[in-house]
Design a protein around this ligand. Structure first.
Ligand code: SF4
Length: 353
């Protein structure tokens, strides 16, 4: 290999640009809708109109798989009509809806099931309505603090260059005495958010994992080194920082994988980033429905989804999921917790689930 190849920096994960863009007519009455329309024109994207963001039926593609891939590169710009927020335990009280869908191709992603046959990406332009609703939720719980999670149905950082919504919500929460925001991302395109007036009311989290997991199951997302570099910038900008290790996957060499992950974090994070740091840990789980969908969409996946090897955990409305058996879950939790405390003694572990 030539020296040039060895010294050349790893290519950067490119920012998302959709292939198709659909607009609901009403979206164009809002400044954000107009701004996205102008951007799509400037980028030379194929633009269509649609009666409703729930009604996109004419996506190109011969097979279901083709349609799925194209849907992941399709942006739909519309209005958020439902302003009733879902709950978002354990990370926050409510999910704040600013986008639905994601361009990433993480095999295990729960959007596979929650978005069903509509995996295209929707962004909402009526941000003032969404913020008004958030304000009402905050007032209902005063003087308690109300936390909102902005990444329940999407990866909003990866869409920020298109919508600008995250910055608006960050700045809104910055002014709320009793409101807090949090979100998680696998993308490193954080520049537009670095100068936001966050007032430390937003916890910026990055999703990280052992190399094996990132390499095998997270195509289409930023690489580990890019996420960590971005985490350093975010910490420098004064945001409280967090990491979500999820999904934690039992694989050959998992101890080494997760030890190395924590070591790399420890070596690369600037000291400032470690002052107010949180960790959340989520073990891999799947439902029967998810397994069927994942096997169709990623037929060669190495994701282990053998019900026999798992424990069935009953959930709400009789819908359960498969998690690791107790002894494996305990081993994962204890080992990773130890690694976190060894490297980041001041960090707070918020939960393992
Ligand atoms: Fe799903 Fe997050 Fe991956 Fe997007 S980046 S596909 S939201 S897990």
């Amino acid at each position: 290999m030539s020296t040039e190849l060895l010294t050349r920096p790893a290519p950067s994960t490119s920012i998302f640009v959709p292939e198709l863009v659909y607009f609901e007519p009403d979206a164009l009455l809002y400044p954000k809708g107009k701004q996205i329309y102008a951007w799509a024109q400037q980028e030379g994207l194929e633009i269509h109109m649609t009666t409703s963001h729930n009604q996109i039926r004419d996506l190109p593609g011969e097979s279901d798989l083709d349609k799925y891939r194209i849907a992941k590169r399709t942006l739909v710009v519309g209005l958020r009509k439902t302003l009733k927020f879902e709950t978002s335990k354990p990370s926050a009280e409510y999910a704040i809806p600013i986008a639905t869908g994601c361009m990433g191709h993480c095999h295990y992603c729960y959007l596979q099931t929650t978005m069903g046959a509509k995996p295209y990406i929707r962004v909402y332009v009526n941000i003032d309505d969404i913020l008004d609703a958030a304000k009402r939720y905050i007032e209902e719980r005063e003087p308690e603090i109300t936390r909102f999670e902005a990444a329940c149905t999407s990866d909003p950082v990866g869409l920020e260059h298109i919508s600008g919504s995250l910055k608006q919500i960050i700045e809104f929460m910055g002014q709320q005495e009793h409101g807090r925001l949090r979100f998680v991302t696998k993308y490193h395109h954080v520049e537009p958010l670095l100068d936001a007036k966050h007032n430390k009311h937003t916890r910026f989290r990055f999703s990280v994992n052992a190399d094996y997991v990132i390499k095998n199951f997270e195509p289409g997302t930023s690489r580990f080194h890019e996420r960590i570099e971005a985490a350093g910038k975010v910490a420098k900008a004064g945001y409280p920082l967090g990491f979500i290790i999820a999904p934690i996957i039992w694989h050959d060499g998992w101890e080494e994988g997760y030890r190395t992950l924590l070591e790399k974090l420890h070596h690369t994070l600037p000291p400032k980033a470690t002052q107010d740091l949180t960790f959340e840990m989520i073990q891999h789980r799947f439902t029967k429905t998810a397994k069927n969908i994942i096997e169709k969409r990623y037929p060669k996946t190495k994701l282990e989804m053998d019900e026999e090897k798992r424990k069935y955990k009953w959930g709400k409305y009789g819908k359960g999921k498969y998690v690791y058996k107790d002894e494996q879950a305990t081993a994962l939790r204890e080992f990773i917790t130890e690694q976190i405390f060894e490297k980041f003694p001041q960090a707070k572990i918020e939960y393992f689930t």
